[in-house]
Design a protein around this ligand. Sequence first.
Ligand SMILES: [Zn+2]
Length: 163
Amino acid sequence: MPVARKPRYVDVANPSLSVECPRCGLLTARFIDQCRNCGYKLWPSSEMASAAFKAWRDADPSRKDASRFDLDVPEEPADVTIDYAARAHELGIHLFPNSNYPFIICVGALFLALGAIPFSGTIRVVLAVIGGLIFLYGIVGWVLVEDVRMFPAETPSTHEAPR
Ligand SMILES: [Zn+2]
């Protein structure tokens, strides 16, 4: 007799992924062919159990993440977003602000490095001045402008004796 691949008697309205085994009475996965506790044959074959599971799963979009090996439909994942900036502030950890100034600092460092190449004196001085200005602009913008904006007044509590 050919194995029936279509689920014939699947109650897709029942949202449960688990079922009480008719033999041992313990809770087991509904769409596994055998009871996990006593091995009682719940479905004629694993293929049929799988086909039944697929029919049950496709009947409701909220079941799309369900696994037939689980006893429960997975819950919506909890929102675990963490505001690290606020957390760091709370703990008194100094985070550097997200900034494009490090790129400017690197450009300045490039010109400063070019100034280290033994060209004629004038070119080296010009490169060093250009590099130094860009470098200082980046440092000032990052450390003195953006950082101060992010941490308006450094909380004096960090300098107090611990309570
Ligand atoms: Zn059982």
